[in-house]
Design a binder for this molecule. Structure first.
Ligand SMILES: [Zn+2]
Length: 230
């Protein structure tokens, strides 16, 4: 289960790994907490509205997932740009974890405030990652957290492994040499956000940097944690 705040977050960060897993036979569920209706300053035309943009971005996310081999996409339709690490969101993500019962959850690193000297991590990214991890532990596996979920027939589920991307201390480097092209193709499906910009050079550079420590041409780096049993 891949959990992110916005359409395109997954494609920028972990799509090479997801495409590789999908090719290996894994069933992947993409969870998009907002529909990305805040758009981008650069490419969202002035006449566009939030209401009109949301379904466009959802469609782009579905298309991107299709390219990656991901059949299932869930939108929670929280408001883009003002996401909070709320208990309501934690309950919603816990419900999805218990329903889909993933072996692994992929999400961002909620502790990263700054990337280099040019990017302040988006508050929605921090909130999404924070709540995703809180849903994995302890909420998904603890019977009496959100007991109302039991009434929905959703028993506790232990997620064995989390893959946290974007952190400063990765311990796992997944070779995406064979799926970088698919990652790029998926990212390009987010047409409303890309304009004429070609992400190939930037993403290829990122993949090279992340692979360097393991002698790989292209990788995605994670902090991988194997969670203890119940
Ligand atoms: Zn984002």
């Amino acid at each position: 289960m891949s959990i992110h705040a916005h359409p395109d977050d997954q494609e920028f960060t972990v799509a090479g790994t997801l495409a590789k897993w999908a090719r290996g036979g894994s069933d992947i569920v993409t969870v998009c907490i907002t529909s990305g209706e805040a758009g981008s300053n650069q490419f969202t035309p002035p006449e566009m509205t939030r209401q009109a943009l949301a379904p466009i971005r959802e469609e782009e996310q579905r298309n991107a997932c299709r390219v990656l081999g991901i059949a299932e996409v869930v939108f929670l339709r929280y408001e883009d740009g003002v996401l909070e690490p709320s208990i309501a969101l934690r309950r919603d993500l816990t419900r999805l974890v218990r329903r889909h019962r993933p072996d692994a959850v992929v999400c961002g690193d909620p502790t990263v405030r700054f990337y280099g000297s040019t990017y302040l991590n988006h508050p929605d990214h921090r909130a999404a990652a924070d709540v995703a991890l809180d849903a994995v532990f302890p909420s998904a596996g603890t019977r009496f957290i959100f007991p109302e979920l039991l009434d929905e027939g959703l028993d506790p589920h232990h997620v064995g492994t989390v893959y946290i991307h974007g952190g400063t201390r990765p311990n796992t480097f997944i070779d995406i040499g064979k799926t970088l092209a698919v990652k790029l193709a998926a990212l390009k499906e987010h047409r409303s956000q890309m304009g004429e910009w070609d992400p190939t050079a930037m993403l290829t550079q990122w993949a090279r940097e992340q692979g360097k420590r393991r002698g790989l041409d292209a990788a995605e780096a994670f902090r991988r944690m194997v969670l203890g049993g119940p």
